[in-house]
Design a protein around this ligand. Structure first.
Ligand code: BDP
Length: 724
């Protein structure tokens, strides 16, 4: 062989291997790379010699396939399947009251030096979850010696809500276009659909709402339903049901009726026939998610009916098939019509209500609380975690604990609409846990939000947790690689509310990157601090909703020109010469009255209110003395600056690991962190310069001075910011 030929072959081989092994994040946390600890690998190989999975359902076949890929990858040798008598890893179906329909047990037993691992469940689906648990143990390099675990989900419906449109744009999506290719469905089944299902099953997610809450009735036409059925068929073996959003006016738009009035028999009949058609195609169709009478979406109030009337009509249509309705509580007070220059006089229509009672904080509660007890058994009211809208930090929605006769489903947002969108690294588990762990005191001490959501406090048969998806067709699914950790969080928290943010981060890092202790420890700390850093550089001390209009990208606390007063930042921060913040105590909107007295007491006194929520509940003087001894103004400046410093710290931590992360992912994260740093500086400078026009106080000397003017920040425009 000539030297040139050898060189050419070497080059080709190199090219191929780098192509094949380049890490682009597509494999998520299911990477199954060979165990890099030689001693452990030997142990694992000794124990896991062959696997037995009996039966032959679609789900059982999925389990076999996953074990084949997973174990072969992790151990480096082709895994053998054997029968129950000889195998060392055995999956068996049992009848056990403790395991339920989705739970599993897994344990190992060593007899005369031979270890056997047994995974048991009542159902194929339980075995599937057990299979993923087992693979996770290996990926996390855990010991297989004598352990025994029983695991069953606390929440029944564990769902992703896609805000995906039929034209493949994604509302508030920052990771490319929709992964649903409606044009090529139903005949073309993209490998992504299968990998999406695997990823969800691996963390226990058992449902997906395919379409945007700002709904398009077309998805309910027979052409689209056939496409939906193809996705449902693909997901079924993975234990995942599909759901759709139902546009309330569908009977008019695609049914040719004159009305969508829920009391009208022809409308009721239309939905019944539609449900029948859907269930014929998709026998395990999950049901509908509905956004009604909110932000321009039609709903029962168009006909002077209540949300309960609307929800119940749909509930009756799907009930014969076991379907459910998730009816959203994200609504506004229709009486607030127009903004004027003064937020205090924003209600100009003839049904005007004073601003105090029109506080957007209170609107969902005011409309839904009176309906408690009026919903059918198969309706869940889906409530966002906070009273406003997925802000960096919100107190819990007062509906939790207030509607005791209705199952309330939690709605979180994975996609980072208000949390730095696609560029910011923000690990959301601490945010979700903060809400779930908060005590509502509605049934005495210990009435935490988690117990309301899982149905245990007010005993409901159905329970649910959903989160708005952050998934798109970007190669790494979530645009920002660390967005994957938020997807992972949803599944793990919906399965087990007690699991800590630390544990979630730990699991995700080990599976996604590395088991190296120093790496895991440092990156875990980075992740756990990321949310607080973001709160600080965007909305410290209880500020909220001060982002730009429309696309919501970047700061615009000065914004005051939107048609509804309660869409404008100035409505929320209320900065003036006297101070800043929204008085929601009895002297203000009295939104605090929607909470139990114990919660109210925690927040109602400006001197004892948790400072994290200070400006959520109080209009506070610029010179108010904070617990640190500083004035409010100085504290605000310091918090904003801490946020920036927090991001710089994240950068330093990440940069330490250049040699431990593959080049592609290392560079991606590094570049995004550098954008995040610029954005944090932008938030800090723009907000401080603007608020300074009211406080008239100096920015403390220890803090970096803004290098641009307020006019500059106000002049920034982003007409093509994504997700809008
Ligand atoms: C807001 C989003 C908007 C959504 C709405 C909702 O800006 O795009 O349609 O929530 O949840 O946060 O319905």
């Amino acid at each position: 062989m000539t030297r040139q030929l050898i060189l050419a072959i070497t080059l080709i081989v190199l090219l191929f291997t780098t192509r094949l092994f380049a890490e682009d994040g597509y494999r998520l946390w299911l990477r199954y790379d060979k165990i890099d600890n030689p001693a452990l690998l030997i142990q694992y190989k000794k124990i896991i010699q062959s696997v037995s999975v009996k039966g032959n359902s679609p789900t059982i076949n999925v389990i076999r396939q996953e074990l084949k890929n997973g174990l072969t990858g992790l151990l480096g040798d082709e895994i053998k399947f054997a029968d129950t008598e000889t195998a060392s890893v055995i999956f068996i179906k049992v009848t056990s009251p403790t395991l339920g329909a989705e739970g599993f047990s897994i344990g190992s037993n060593t007899v005369s030096g031979k270890t056997t691992i047994i995974i048991k469940a009542n159902t194929d689906k339980g075995l599937l979850y057990g299979c993923f648990y087992f693979l996770r143990l290996l990926q996390m390099q855990q010991s297989l010696d004598n352990f025994s675990i029983i695991s069953a989900p606390e929440i029944k419906l564990r769902l992703l809500d896609h805000w995906d449109n039929l034209n493949r744009s994604v509302e508030r999506g920052y990771a490319g276009i929709s992964i649903w290719n409606w044009h090529t469905l139903p005949d073309y089944i993209d490998q992504r659909y299968i990998d999406y299902a695997r990823a969800n099953a691996s963390i226990g997610i058992n449902g997906t709402v395919l379409t945007n809450v700002n709904a398009n009735a077309l998805v309910l036409t027979s052409m689209y339903l056939n496409k939906v059925a193809a996705l449902a068929n693909t997901f079924r073996p993975y234990g995942i049901k599909v759901y759709l959003t139902a546009r309330f006016s569908s009977p008019i738009e695609i049914g040719g009726l004159k009305t969508a009035d829920p009391i009208d028999p022809s409308v009721q009949q239309w939905w019944k026939v539609k449900a029948k058609e859907i269930y014929k195609l998709i026998p395990d169709f999950g049901g509908f998610l509905v956004k009604a009478n909110s932000e321009g979406q039609p709903g029962p109030q168009n006909y002077n009916r209540t949300h309960a009337d609307g929800a119940n009509m749909l509930a009756d249509a799907v009930a014969p098939y076991g379907g459910i309705i998730m009816w959203r509580a994200f609504v506004y007070d229709v009486r607030v019509q127009k903004a004027t220059e003064d937020y205090g006089a924003d209600v100009v229509d003839k049904n005007a209500v004073p601003i105090a009672s029109a506080d957007r904080f209170k609107q969902a509660y005011e409309q839904f609380k009176p309906l408690d007890g009026q919903f059918r058994k198969n309706v869940l009211v889906q409530v966002k975690n906070g009273p406003i809208d997925f802000q960096p930090r919100e107190p819990f929605s007062p509906l939790f604990g207030a509607m005791q006769q209705t199952p309330l489903m939690m709605e979180f947002q994975l996609t980072q609409e208000y949390l730095g969108q696609g560029t910011n690294l923000v690990f959301e588990a601490p945010l979700f846990k903060e809400v779930l762990n908060t005590d509502t005191y509605t049934k005495g001490k210990g009435s935490v939000v988690a117990k309301i959501v899982d149905g245990s406090l007010y005993t409901h048969d159905i329970s649910g947790m959903a989160a708005v998806s952050n998934i798109g067709n970007d190669r790494n699914w979530t645009g920002n690689l660390f967005g994957q950790a938020n997807w992972y969080t949803l599944g793990r928290l919906a399965w087990n509310g007690n699991i800590s943010s630390e544990q979630i981060a730990d699991e995700w890092i080990r599976q996604t990157f590395s088991n190296s202790k120093i790496f895991v420890d440092d990156i875990k700390e980075l992740m756990l601090n990321s949310r607080e850093a973001m709160v600080n550089y965007m909305t410290p001390l209880g500020l909220h909703h001060i982002m730009a209009n429309g696309h919501h990208y970047g700061p615009a606390p000065w914004s005051d020109n939107l048609p509804r007063a309660d869409w404008n930042p100035v409505y929320y921060h209320r900065a003036d010469a006297a101070g800043i913040g929204f008085d929601r105590t009895a002297t203000g909107s009295n939104a605090l009255a929607q909470y139990a007295p114990e919660v109210r007491r925690l927040y109602e006194n400006v001197n004892t209110c948790d400072e994290k929520f200070l400006l959520w509940f109080h209009h506070v003087s610029w010179t108010h003395k904070m617990r640190s001894g500083r004035t409010l103004w100085d504290e605000l400046c310091n918090k904003y600056n801490d946020g920036v410093l927090g991001v710089r710290k994240m950068q330093n931590t990440w940069n330490k690991f250049e040699n431990m992360v593959d080049k592609e992912r290392f560079e991606q994260v590094k570049m995004l962190l550098s954008i995040q740093e610029k954005e944090a500086v932008w938030w800090r400078n723009a907000c401080l310069l603007y608020f300074q026009t009211f406080s008239k106080m100096e920015i403390p000397t220890a803090i970096e001075k803004p290098d641009r003017t307020l006019e500059y920040y106000k002049s920034l425009k982003f007409p093509y910011a994504p997700g809008n």
